[in-house]
Write a protein that binds this ligand. Structure first.
Ligand code: AQP
Length: 325
């Protein structure tokens, strides 16, 4: 079985973008690959955060992933990045073969530097090196991601290639596997749905909160409407219907919206109910898992144990190749 690696930052509760762009895919792929899924807490430190909330967020993320259908530790490994110290170790070694010019080219570095102007730290720049270490530590060949991460995986290939050219063929060049829902837009209709942009609906959001957020969500931006009159497909609410509603409901939205037969309120109400129905079982199970964290701890410990074993083997090979052992 090929090895697969993917991660998610505990910068907040997983949202609809994470669910459609990553989690749903992870659940399918756990049957086809030797899969390791990681809650990447080290990455999450690159933007401002409250240390008092980190553990809670890690457990909440683990609970949502398990409740959504990851069968760890039976079918896959789920673990926390900082529990396997080799991630940071390998990142340092790989930084010595990473051209700094490549890091400055990264779109995410540019956009996050723009959003977090008061905290443009070195970690924000070297983020893709740590991400390459995450994958390379397990000799990951396949990396399921949303569209926003494709550029980082391309850079991971460059870094692994440079390492292999210098020290011998040790690290496979990873390939991205882009999910069908590659870029879910936020409720502002302007930017990618993100935990840190406050434009999201969380997977475990309560029904009232889903409705409160959707009620005021951007529909068909006037700017777009002028460019492309009557096209309902520029509306983010319509796009979300395509993921959560039945074929009949999607057709009802398309028809009703183009003929002004239905209003945005009605259209959003149906969407809110469908999102709630889809996520209610996950929400309940996640809440149950969070009441007593014993089961989550057991799963994360088992994941870290397996990950550490693989990581130690890779580090031994890497250190020898680099002349440090
Ligand atoms: N809006 C999205 N549409 C599709 N896929 C998405 N992903 C994230 N947002 C969307 C995919 O989810 C996986 C985990 O992402 P992440 O948590 O590691 O970081 P991110 O991409 O930076 O996600 P956020 O929510 O935007 O995080 P913050 O706000 O903390 O920076 C990845 O596979 C990603 O592609």
């Amino acid at each position: 079985m090929k090895r697969l690696f993917s991660g998610m930052q505990p910068t907040g509760s997983p949202h609809i973008g994470n669910y459609l762009g990553a989690i749903e895919n992870w659940i399918k792929l756990q049957d086809e690959y030797d899969a390791l899924f990681c809650i990447v807490d080290l990455h999450s430190l690159t933007i401002d955060y409250d240390p008092a909330q980190v553990q809670e967020r890690i457990y909440e993320m683990a609970a949502v992933l398990i409740a959504a259908g990851l069968e760890a530790p039976e079918k896959c490994s789920l673990f926390v990045q900082s529990h396997v110290k080799e991630h940071a170790e390998l990142a340092w070694l790989l930084s010595t073969v990473t051209p700094i010019s490549e890091l400055y080219r990264m779109t995410q570095f540019k956009s996050k530097s723009d959003t977090h102007k008061k905290n443009i730290n070195a970690g924000l720049l070297t983020y893709p090196v740590l991400q390459t270490a995450d994958i390379a530590l397990y000799k990951g060949e396949v990396v399921p991601v949303g569209e926003d991460q494709v550029q980082h995986i391309e850079l991971a290939r460059i870094i692994c290639r440079k390492f292999n050219n210098r020290y011998g063929e040790i690290l496979p060049e990873p390939q991205e596997k882009v999910s069908p829902a590659k870029r879910i837009m936020g409720l502002d209709g302007n930017a990618k749905m993100s935990k840190s942009l406050n434009n999201q609906i969380d997977v475990i959001e309560e029904p009232e909160a889903i409705w409160e957020k959707l009620r005021v969500a951007m529909t068909d931006p006037a700017r777009q409407r002028r460019k492309d009159p009557g096209n309902p497909f520029v509306c983010n609410i319509h796009t979300l219907h395509t993921y959560f509603s039945t074929d009949e409901q999607i057709e009802w939205v398309r028809e009703g919206c183009t003929t002004a037969g239905i209003g945005c309120f009605e259209c959003k109400r149906v969407l809110a109910d469908n999102i709630d129905q889809r996520f209610a079982p996950i929400r309940e199970k996640a809440r149950e898992l969070l009441k007593d964290k014993t089961e989550l701890k057991r799963i994360l410990d088992a994941g870290a144990k397996r990950a550490s074993e693989i990581a130690a083997e890779t580090m031994d090979e890497v250190y020898r190749a680099m002349g440090l052992r």
